[in-house]
Ligand binder design. Sequence first.
Ligand SMILES: [Zn+2]
Length: 76
Amino acid sequence: MHNFPRPSTPAVSVERDPVDGVCPECGASQLASYRVLSEGGWWQVVKCQQCLACVSRSPGPLFGAYVPLSSMLQGD
Ligand SMILES: [Zn+2]
């Protein structure tokens, strides 16, 4: 009776949106945008899937979803 120790751990996958453009580090056109939990909370990052260079990083929508209404106010 053979019991194959098959690891049932699925590949960790997060939602990755392909991004147009090329990596400034390796030149690969494999940029993807996704969220990561890092210092300060969630960040929306764009990383090269080839060399994992971080192309851009901005606060994630969970903490940065505020829309300043001041743009609608026109003083003076
Ligand atoms: Zn790259």
